[in-house]
Design a protein around this ligand. Structure first.
Ligand code: NDP
Length: 451
């Protein structure tokens, strides 16, 4: 067979930029993955011939819709909702829903693209998707949240299903919102199926799902450190975020013998040099999920801490750092500060929290760096197990799920080693995760031919 002409990496990226104008987050995410994939497929004709990367970087479909709802004063409000179904080669589409004013098509396309590789890495049969709305849940009453979720699902229901696309939570979407959306789906379709994950335990949810992303990230960190003959005991951790991922990461660091000295929210960060206890972490969870107030109130509750308004915690001295808030929250300067202060490992709990410059700094410094698509996959993995339990109409016990989570995180770590371990024994986890995630999806796509 004749060898066809192939585009090189820069030509490929120029095409991605041309086709996705102003979608900076999406282009950034594709660039980060494509760099490694191009090198890997240089001598692998079949991946070129089938245009695999070009096809993964074009979502199967982007659904955009209007969401109308009525606020407590009777005003009609209009939001925009989306579902980006990126790729379902290895299983039904799967990925969270985000409600945040910063949500737009670029952000959701980047998240759906990343999700495709992450879900593949878990070893479970799940494709990649993401969705959400530019809706700000902050300051809304319970009834307003309910009306919004119901209106959102009134359109979304026709695009999802237990064997089609199974959304979950993300920023701004927790157990409460999942409950409202599941209730509306059930009302419209008259079907009780596993169409969403992150459900309450009373109606098909899974034990350990709430904790899974944060716990899983810390298991991944532990695996990285152990691979270098080290561990978490006695290590000082700097964590950003104060939501689901951050608080559970903090809890697991504590359980494994480490010390957590920071958490943050969108207003600033708290530095507690004495270290956080379980009581302090429980207060943060309550403050964020029940009171829905500022993290700065921590000072009123606990002595010895300081609040840094409008700042991020990367200047605080630590051994390990876990960015667990949002995308692009750690740049090159932040990365340099962390290295100067002696940080030996960075483990992403959030999706793409480190920008490309920050990643370069970590790579050059040779420290352990875990990209979110590998290290925060514990959440979607237990979501996958929630789908299995729903299909069986059974609920597994906590010990089984904790064991499965631990072994899935070890499996992801080892898959990263397969493609990321270098001759000198160090590991490029970014490359390892990108390639391991790619290969499974790519081989399935080749099996299907051109579809
Ligand atoms: P939550 O909504 O529970 O918490 C998000 C936290 O990040 C809050 O403390 C919030 O502050 C802060 N935050 C949000 N946006 C910004 C911003 N623009 N600047 C500074 N701080 C911000 O979300 P999760 O913990 O669920 O998600 C956190 C990250 O982890 C996201 O990147 C998400 O995609 C990723 N992730 C989550 C998974 C999950 O299972 N939940 C699974 C895999 C990845 P405030 O309280 O002030 O709003």
């Amino acid at each position: 067979m004749a060898v066809k002409d192939h585009v090189n990496f820069e030509q490929f990226m120029a095409g991605v930029e041309r086709r996705n104008p102003h979608q900076t987050e999406f282009v950034q995410a594709v660039r980060e993955v494509a760099e490694d994939i191009f090198e890997f497929i240089a001598d692998k004709e079949k991946y070129h011939e089938f245009q695999i990367l070009r096809r993964i970087a074009e979502p199967d479909r982007v659904i955009s819709f209007r969401v109308c709802w009525e606020d407590d004063k009777g005003n009609i409000r209009v939001q925009r909702g989306w579902r980006v179904q990126n790729n379902n080669s290895i299983g039904p589409y799967k990925g969270g829903l985000r409600f945040h004013p910063s949500v737009n098509e670029s952000v959701l396309k980047f998240l759906a693209f990343e999700q495709t590789f992450k879900n593949s890495l878990t070893g479970l049969p799940m494709g990649g998707a993401k969705g959400g709305a530019n809706f700000n849940p902050k300051g809304k009453s319970e009834h307003e949240i309910m009306r919004f979720c119901q209106s959102f699902m009134t359109e979304l229901y026709r695009h999802v299903g237990a064997d089609v696309d199974v959304p979950a939570g993300d920023i701004g979407v927790g157990a409460r919102e999942i409950g409202f959306m599941f209730g509306q789906y059930k009302r419209i379709t008259n079907q009780f199926t596993g169409v969403l994950t992150g459900k309450g335990l009373e109606y098909g949810g899974s034990l350990v799902r709430t904790e899974a992303t944060g716990y899983g990230a810390v298991y991944f960190l532990d695996n990285m450190l152990k691979h270098r003959g080290n561990d978490i005991v006695g290590k000082t951790a700097v964590i950003s975020g104060a939501g689901n991922v951050a608080t559970h990461a903090a809890e697991k660091i504590l359980q494994l013998g480490g010390k957590v000295v920071t958490l943050s929210d969108s207003q600033g960060f708290i530095h507690d040099p004495d270290g956080m206890t379980q009581e302090k972490i429980d207060w943060v969870k309550h403050q964020k999920t029940v009171v829905r107030g500022s993290l700065s109130d921590y000072l009123k509750e606990f002595k010895g801490a300081r609040w840094y308004a409008g700042d991020r915690p990367w200047g605080v001295t630590c051994d390990v750092a876990l960015p667990c808030a949002t995308q692009n929250e750690l740049n090159g300067n932040d990365a340099r500060k962390l290295i100067e202060n002696g940080c030996i490992a960075v483990c992403e709990g959030a999706n793409m929290p480190t920008d490309l410059d920050g990643m370069r700094v970590f790579k050059e410094a040779g420290i352990c760096f875990a990209p979110g698509k590998a290290s925060n996959a514990g959440g979607v993995a237990v979501s996958g197990l929630e789908m299995s339990q729903n299909s069986e109409r059974l609920s597994w016990d906590e010990a089984t799920l904790q064991d499965r989570l631990r072994s899935i995180m070890r499996g992801i770590h080892d898959r990263c080693l397969e493609y990321g371990e270098k001759e000198d024994g160090t590991v490029d986890y970014v490359r390892g995760a990108n390639i391991a995630g790619f290969v499974k999806v790519a081989d399935a796509m080749i099996a299907y031919g051109v579809v």
